[in-house]
Design a protein around this ligand. Structure first.
Ligand SMILES: [Zn+2]
Length: 304
């Protein structure tokens, strides 16, 4: 009798775990945007990741901020479907999007051309990167068990269309917006856009020397024209196309203020001290403002 009861219980548990999970069962970090489309929203501006179910398996967009996040994403996938992760699309090659590749060994990893080189350069330049990350906490050390460096398997130029099950993913290379290889991913039927890190919401973006405002504005125009219902940036809360409007206004104000100082004959050093953007004082990462002013300065000086 007891054995029979146990067997019934096992059957019941098995049924519950294989049934589709409700978003609330997936923990507070996961938001549902449409049937089968979820976003793991990074805490405190950590990177976001997309979980997209299809009839032919799972497609991930980015692998989480750290391997701890990657494992939480994998746990969510397992609750949602018994199907494997077939593809993982990187929005950029930086470690806060790609260190967790190894957590998804079944996935073919896709990125824009130059992503693998960017990742390999970093491995060479910071050879103790993983050891240092493991030292940050016991949980991180555990999450890093089995770590392997995995650059993208497939790199595309300019654009790529991926058909998986019933879904279509349009990959669009974004030049000069954040890293050496940025990709926006557009789901045209579902009208959901993963917009990468060209624009981050409620946060000052970081500018590397090869990033420029003109390219960012061009990318924003192109992405806004898709007319998505939801915009999932690389970092920060999911939003709408207002992200691009806010960004455009921010950059035009910044360039205007820097141009006025250049006209007064001020040096870049003075401009960095004097230009203020009080309208955006509530944005996170204010320490990056100097890199934004430098980019605006480069743009203004190139025009003169
Ligand atoms: Zn980045």
């Amino acid at each position: 009798m007891r054995i029979k009861a146990t067997a019934a219980l096992v059957t019941f548990v098995g049924f519950v775990t294989s049934a589709p999970a409700f978003a609330q069962d997936l923990g507070p970090d996961i938001r549902k945007f449409a049937d089968g489309i979820y976003v793991y929203v990074g805490k405190n501006f950590n990177s976001n990741a997309g979980i997209i179910l299809t009839q032919d398996g799972v497609v991930l967009i980015d692998s989480g901020h750290s391997p701890i996040d990657s494992r939480a994403i994998l746990d969510a996938v397992k609750k949602l479907t018994p199907m494997p992760v077939r593809f993982l699309i990187d929005t950029e090659p930086h470690p806060d999007h790609t260190t967790g590749h190894f957590v998804f060994p079944t996935a073919t990893i896709i990125a824009a051309a130059g992503a693998g080189e960017s990742m390999r350069n970093r491995e060479r330049e910071v050879p103790d990167r993983i050891a240092r990350l493991a030292a940050t906490s016991p949980a991180m050390k555990t999450a890093l068990e089995g770590y392997r460096f995995i650059p993208p398997h497939v790199e595309y130029n300019e654009k790529m269309t991926l058909h998986v099950g019933e879904r279509t993913f349009e990959l669009k290379y974004l030049k000069g917006v954040h890293s050496e290889a940025d990709t926006a991913i557009w789901l045209p039927k579902e009208r959901i856009l993963f917009s990468a890190s060209a624009y981050v919401s409620e946060q000052v973006n970081i500018f590397r020397p090869f990033v420029n405002i003109a390219d960012i504005l061009a990318a924003g125009k192109m992405l806004k024209a898709l007319n998505p219902d939801h915009v999932i940036p690389g970092h920060g809360p999911p939003v709408t196309t207002a992200l691009f409007d806010v960004g455009e206004k921010y950059y035009s104000l910044l360039v205007e203020r820097v141009a006025a100082k250049v006209k007064e004959g001020k040096s870049l050093e003075d401009i960095k001290k004097e230009v203020k953007m009080p309208e955006y004082a509530g944005w996170a990462s204010q320490d990056r403002m100097a890199t934004n002013i430098e980019a605006a300065y480069r743009m203004v000086v190139a025009k003169n």
